[in-house]
Design a protein around this ligand. Structure first.
Ligand SMILES: [Zn+2]
Length: 159
């Protein structure tokens, strides 16, 4: 589905409501691990995902640290500092000065809790209901969501 500018604006507002921003201490940790001075301040991750182990709400930091299971810090830094986008994504909105590019990308997600170490995995490949985040500023202001999350946010955007 392609969004026009008005729809994209409403979608983005719904997305902001549905996500928590990175915390300042998390930004410093991530910058240190990635050995970069690039600000990570645009990074957000879905609200209300609680660890199945300790019930802590999972954060951007949990998401980033979990990604090192599959990617080295060098890979991740390169990913963040360039405009490389995931292949196979559907672009719902190309992006402009007000609304970031919106990409739909169905992806299984495992997030290891930094408090208790429990692995929190999305239910299935195509219906992942918490694949929702925004990548930091340098990388083309990208919002990335699963189809399930996209549909849910579009309903929220109409209210
Ligand atoms: Zn936990």
């Amino acid at each position: 589905m392609q969004l026009d500018k008005d729809q994209a604006k409403k979608f983005y507002e719904a997305f902001l409501d549905d996500t928590n921003p990175i915390q300042p201490h998390e930004e410093i940790i991530i910058q240190n691990i990635l050995r970069t001075k690039t600000s990570q301040s645009g990074w957000r991750f879905k609200k209300g995902i609680h660890c199945i182990g300790c019930k802590k709400e999972l954060t951007v930091l949990d998401l980033v640290l979990s990604s090192f299971d599959r990617h080295s810090p060098e890979d991740l830094r390169e990913f963040l500092d360039t405009k490389t986008f995931n292949e196979g994504a559907v672009i719902a909105y190309a992006g402009d000065d007000e609304v970031p590019k919106v990409q739909i990308f169905n992806h299984r997600l495992m997030i290891r809790c930094t408090s208790c170490g429990e692995e929190n995995e999305s239910a299935n490949l195509t219906g992942c209901d918490y694949y929702t985040y925004r990548r930091p500023p340098l990388a083309g202001l990208l919002v990335s969501v699963s189809q399930t999350c996209f549909d849910r946010l579009m309903v929220a955007a109409k209210d």
